[in-house]
Design a protein around this ligand. Structure first.
Ligand code: HEM
Length: 489
């Protein structure tokens, strides 16, 4: 009797296992051969399951793995998941990000909500985003940024302080500095001084030990690290977020003080005297945004702007240290009084820096709406497809940028030629279209002004980098491995 029962239960188990296997096989078969995306080339394991995509996102290798697969399959449109494609063609960017207001962001962006609130960046609902973005947009007009820099004295003293700190480091016995940390301090100070009328004080924070970083850094790194899970469904992400966040709070003793420092600063911005001037926070308040959400929007823009600009600026300084011939060529321009953005070689240095740094190297994902999308090359993407281009892939296309891993500002100088048109078309550091970076004019102004001031000072002469190259973790927001980039003299 016992034996019969055992055989029966083994039999029913086998039947259940067979049923599951048959179902999995049917799903895989459908996704590989019958799905509306089955005509798009790509690895079979990506077509049958999204596990692979989650894995490369988690391990921070999305950019270069996608680059390899676009090359392997010799295709500009690559299937990377059951319902996802990656595009590597600069000409397709317009259709995805610009035409008709661009395709909407997909649900993954909701995973970037802050403290339960959507931000300008995370909002999938265009009306929600537009109300807030329109309120603050005038602050990002080039003329306003220019006059804040030149006449109002908002940013120039911070840049001078930054250069002075490089010079002090050079004069010290160990003659060494972490330029990434220094750039983070400067970037958060410029952003807060300009947008909030109130300086965070990163450059003035004491460095008791050489390894001491900007107080906001653990806050920033936590958001950057959690973005590795951003492809998960909103529900799963929220669950995982609370577990991982609490784990990080326990394991990183610097995180709680960092969150407190950022929150205290945001409160002083929203409640203090600067909220009365024409600032980011006053504009949100005038648009009817309540205090609690304004606090979140201020923290979010500090994260979105300061870290990205710091990564790009530190990368440019790193390459300037490694390339004395570039410094030599730029020196004459840097010593003029002209507007930094009018100087051709300096502009080429910044463009090349934005190309190789890639603060956002991974795909900027969008959702194909009802009706589908036919790309210029004829490829049809049905409604519901998640489509995205990654700066890493576009910026390393050897047909557009020969020797793509080499820092070579000269490639941007042959203005008007077909080759530079293609280069400009593939330049994706700030994204494209109506949801492109809101702060790009501010970032560009800062990058040009700081690079000019550093070159004019001659402080990089005799410097060397402490690593041979920059190692990036290609999460949604890139992280430089070890969050450190030292130079020494
Ligand atoms: C070099 C520095 C920067 C880089 C490379 C950068 C990059 C980007 C990219 C790629 C996006 C588009 C993301 C997407 O489509 O998913 C973006 C969006 C955004 N960035 Fe930046 N950013 C930089 C600096 C800044 C600064 C300085 C600010 C603010 C002061 C800022 C604020 C924003 C905001 C608010 C958005 C969301 C725009 C929207 O969705 O409407 N960024 N940034």
């Amino acid at each position: 009797m016992g034996l019969v029962q055992t055989l029966l239960s083994i039999g029913s188990l086998n039947a259940a296992a067979l049923a599951v296997a048959a179902l999995l096989f049917a799903v895989a078969f459908y996704r590989l051969h019958l799905h509306p995306l089955s005509h798009i080339p790509g690895p079979w394991f990506a077509a049958v399951s999204s596990v692979w995509m989650h894995a490369i996102c988690y391990f921070g290798v999305e950019g270069h793995v996608l680059l390899d697969y676009h090359r392997k399959y010799k295709t500009a449109v690559l299937r990377i998941g059951p319902d996802s494609v990656s595009i590597a063609d600069g000409e397709a960017l317009h259709q995805v990000y610009v035409a008709g207001g661009g395709l909407p962001k997909d649900a993954r962006y909701s995973n970037f909500r802050v403290e339960g609130h959507d931000t300008i960046f995370s909002a999938v609902d265009q009306n929600y985003r537009d109300r807030r973005a329109k309120a603050v947009l005038p602050l990002f007009a080039p003329s306003r940024i220019q006059s804040a820099y030149e006449t109002d004295g908002v940013m120039e003293p911070l840049v001078a302080k930054f250069v002075a700190q490089l010079q002090e480091a050079r004069a010290k016995p160990d003659a060494k500095i972490d330029v990434l940390d220094l750039c983070s301090r400067l970037s958060i100070d410029i952003l807060t001084a300009y947008l909030f009328g109130c300086v965070y004080g990163g450059l003035d924070e004491p460095r008791r030990r050489p390894q001491d970083k900007l107080s906001a850094t653990p806050f920033v790194l936590t958001i950057v690290a959690l973005s590795r899970f951003s492809l998960l469904s909103n529900r799963l992400f929220t669950l995982l977020f609370s577990v991982l966040f609490h784990h990080r709070m326990r394991s990183d003793p610097e995180l709680a003080p960092s969150l407190q420092a950022v929150s205290r600063f945001a409160e002083s911005v929203v409640d203090g005297p600067s909220s009365k001037a024409d600032t980011y926070q006053s504009r949100l308040r005038d648009a009817g945004i309540d205090r609690e959400e304004t606090l979140v929007q201020c923290k979010a823009v500090m994260f979105a702007g300061a870290d990205s600009t710091a990564v790009v600026l530190a990368t440019i300084l790193f390459h300037l240290v490694q390339n004395p011939q570039v410094r030599e060529r730029a020196r004459a321009e840097a010593s003029t009084a002209a507007d930094p953005q009018s100087l051709p070689y300096l502009r080429a240095i910044v463009r090349e820096g934005l190309r190789v740094a890639m603060a956002n190297p991974a795909r900027l994902t969008r959702l194909v709406p009802t009706g589908g999308l036919r790309l210029a090359d004829g490829t049809y993407l049905p409604a519901g497809t998640k489509v995205g281009a990654a700066a890493y892939v576009l910026h390393h296309d050897p047909a557009v940028y020969p020797d793509p891993f080499v820092f070579r500002p000269e490639r941007w100088l042959a203005a008007g030629q077909a080759s530079t048109d293609a280069q400009a078309r593939n330049a994706f550091a700030f994204g494209l279209g109506p949801r492109a970076c809101l702060g790009r004019n501010l970032a560009n102004h800062q990058l040009h002004a700081v690079v000019k001031a550093v070159l004019a000072s001659g402080v990089l002469e005799g410097a060397r980098t402490c690593t041979d190259r920059i190692r990036l973790i290609e999460w949604f927001n890139a992280e430089i491995k070890g969050h450190e980039l030292e130079i020494a003299w």
